[in-house]
Design a protein around this ligand. Sequence first.
Ligand code: CMP
Length: 140
Amino acid sequence: MTIERTLSIIKPNAVEDGHIGDIMACFEREGLKIAAIRLTQLSKEKAEGFYIEHKERPFFGSLVNFMTSSPVVLMVLEGKDAVNRNRKIMGATNPAEAEEGSLRKLYARSLEANAVHGSDSLQSAEREISYFFEKGDIYS
Ligand code: CMP
């Protein structure tokens, strides 16, 4: 299996609830290396651009408000099959459907405030990583 990189975001609810360390520890325990990391508060423009594929969805405005409401942690995760493994660690988008022990089951407040974001494909990962990080910010 090839070494991949994927983008992970610890969302405002999980940062506010004090779960940055729990979530990072989970990735490291599962063998995903944190290759880049930044704590930041997203601007409206940055959040809208990130979620542009959802622009026509009814939840878009609320999602952008939530994602800009307080700081997030942006990370590049690196490892074998990182995109799919991160998705498994996060659990289903809707925490009500997420597996026991998954990050969303443990730390989500709602479908919107679902604790973490992760790239859904290798193609999305490339776009999302370069949306937030310069090549020189990423350490293998
Ligand atoms: P995320 O993985 O960041 O991708 C899009 C986000 O939109 C999703 O997690 C949720 O936080 C949010 N969202 C809100 N409502 C919905 C919905 N009905 N379906 C999918 N995503 C939703």
